[in-house]
Design a protein around this ligand. Sequence first.
Ligand code: FES
Ligand code: FES
Length: 184
Amino acid sequence: MGTPELVPERVDPPASVGRPEATVVPLALTVNGVAYAEGVDPHRTLLRLIRDDLGLVGPKEGCDDSECGACMILLDGQPVNACSYLALQAAGRSVTTVEGLGTADHLHPLQRAFLEAGGIQCGFCTPGMLISAAALLAADTQPSDEAIRDALAGNLCRCTGYQPIFAAVRQAAAELRAEDAPAS
Ligand code: FES
Ligand code: FES
């Protein structure tokens, strides 16, 4: 009789054991005016879909926990943290990222004002700041100082350049008011 095996030979389980098959469900949404039809994992966040699947890297991943606002996008015109939204929650809805605000040749007044007022340092918070400010000015081109602060309260700037950002929003609001004013 041979020596009993004290340590049985290790046998790796098949790769599928313990790992449920990835589920992919269909999702249709509009991003920056373009219709997309994607198959997504139901657990995928909207931020991952936007950045990794659609290649729109304007929205940033900062805290990944609804704290910093770097991932802010507009969902049917309302600012939301894309890191804390499931992609499926955007089904049938309209998403706007910072890429959809303006183009290099035709900047949104906020983008121009941020540049002119020095509202950008490292730039990490800028897409989220622009989105929050755009939502504010779409609803009110004459916001009070308090309303501007409230609108930006969910956006953190690690470079602490809040004053130029605040000034840029005021400047853009003035520009939008002038655009809206009837020609004399
Ligand atoms: S990355 Fe979404 S709130 Fe910070
Ligand atoms: S400009 Fe750097 S985080 Fe705001």
